[in-house]
Design a protein around this ligand. Structure first.
Ligand code: F6R
Ligand code: MG
Ligand code: MG
Length: 361
């Protein structure tokens, strides 16, 4: 039977401010999943920044009511602890009072895939804080379509055919499938606009799932877009898929993503070890963690802290230099996001104040 790997995440309260998760919330999440372990084969609870990450294996398929309900109830239970401790933004990602069967569009983010476990199944789970799902477009392109990143595309007969990208139009609630290598120029027209078009998943040319992200089309709840925050992504690796090192390599050169302070700034995405996943400088900069697992009969052997490698130290240094350069701009674009992408805006208030101040020139 097929195995499902589900990564479901939410921010239900930060410690301190929006910087990390209190140990008592992690303990509660583990207790809650443990008390319901008959639904699961295995689970792991991690945190990155202010987000709790539930990593679960089971046999119920993607979008399972039971699994989404379990994740929702776990986050609810953690919210009780967050409220008792008066943690910051307690329950902030649980945007609805009652659960309706699928966690998508309710605040939490989810990346799930169902597959036949291979003879050996090495997977990487990428988790980012202080950014949005568009952050995965460039690294996924490099992993699966750029031979300067992934030499396997050139010299491994199993990868030489290329891959299929599923791209979502976040605003129009539509999707399109594009093939690499033949459609890459078309693909790049879309995914270069990472606020609008996001890669949801990548398949082999034979239709086998290889990568999936928590990208979802935008829902407008409680006065804000949801499905936009702090994305996660699962990548299966090796033996016809990108090698572990090919999947990690795009992050060796930090690219610029939207997020950081008040979700309203362009910023480098810095690869860090699990221990360094506590963004504090200007509430960031955005960072990404990679948890490696060998899946064995559904059990999660891991995590291995893949960006702990000192070979990513230079990426961290470079990311910090980019951060310094952007920070010099303060409230100016292109550090601060354009008006229509700001998560916080005082523009209506300021415009109203100067309503009569604006005169024909
Ligand atoms: C970014 C983030 C933080 C907050 C900032 C202000 O995604 O979560 O940068 O936006 O700390 O937070 P509030 O408005 O809660 O005071
Ligand atoms: Mg928060
Ligand atoms: Mg967060």
């Amino acid at each position: 039977s097929k195995l499902t790997l589900s990564v479901i995440k939410a921010d239900v309260g930060g410690f301190v401010g929006h910087s990390s998760v209190h140990q008592k919330l992690l303990d509660r999440a583990r207790e809650y999943l443990d008390a319901n372990k008959e639904l699961l084969i295995d689970f792991n609870v991690l945190s990155v920044g202010d987000d709790i990450q539930l990593i679960m294996t089971h046999e119920k398929g993607v979008d399972s009511d039971a699994i989404h309900q379990l994740a929702w109830d776990t986050f609810k239970s953690c919210t009780e602890v967050a409220k008792e401790l008066k943690l910051y933004g307690a329950g902030q990602d649980l945007l609805k009072d009652t659960f309706s069967g699928n966690i998508k569009g309710m605040g939490p983010g989810a990346a799930e895939m169902e597959f036949e476990e291979r003879a050996s199944e090495p997977v990487l789970i990428f988790m980012a804080d202080k950014t949005e799902p568009g952050a995965w477009n460039l690294p996924l392109y490099k992993m699966f379509a750029d031979p300067f990143n992934t030499i396997g595309l050139v010299i491994d007969p199993k990868m030489h055919k290329g891959f299929v990208f599923e791209v979502l139009d976040l605003k129009e609630h539509k999707k399109v499938y594009l093939n690499s290598p033949e459609d890459i120029y078309d693909l790049l027209v879309f995914i270069g606009s990472h606020g609008r078009y996001c890669i949801k998943s990548v398949y082999t040319r034979d239709g086998e799932i290889v990568a999936v992200s928590s990208t979802q089309t935008m829902n407008y709840i409680a006065g804000r877009y949801v499905g936009k925050d702090d994305p996660v992504m699962i990548v299966r690796t090796q033996n016809g898929f990108p090698a572990v090192g090919e999947a990690l390599e795009p992050f060796a050169n930090p690219h610029i993503v939207a997020g950081w302070m008040r979700g309203s700034h362009n910023a480098p995405l810095i690869p860090v070890s699990i221990k360094q996943a506590m963004p504090t400088r200007f509430d960031g900069p955005p960072r990404v963690v990679a948890a490696g697992y060998q899946i064995c009969n559904g059990k999660l052997l891991g995590p291995q802290d893949m960006f702990g490698d000192m070979a990513f130290d230079r990426a961290r240094q470079k990311g910090l230099e980019i951060a310094d350069i952007l920070r010099q701009l303060g409230p100016f674009e292109p550090h601060r996001l354009p008006l229509d992408e700001l998560e916080y805006t005082s523009m209506p208030m300021v415009l109203e104040k100067f309503e009569k101040g604006f005169i024909e020139e």
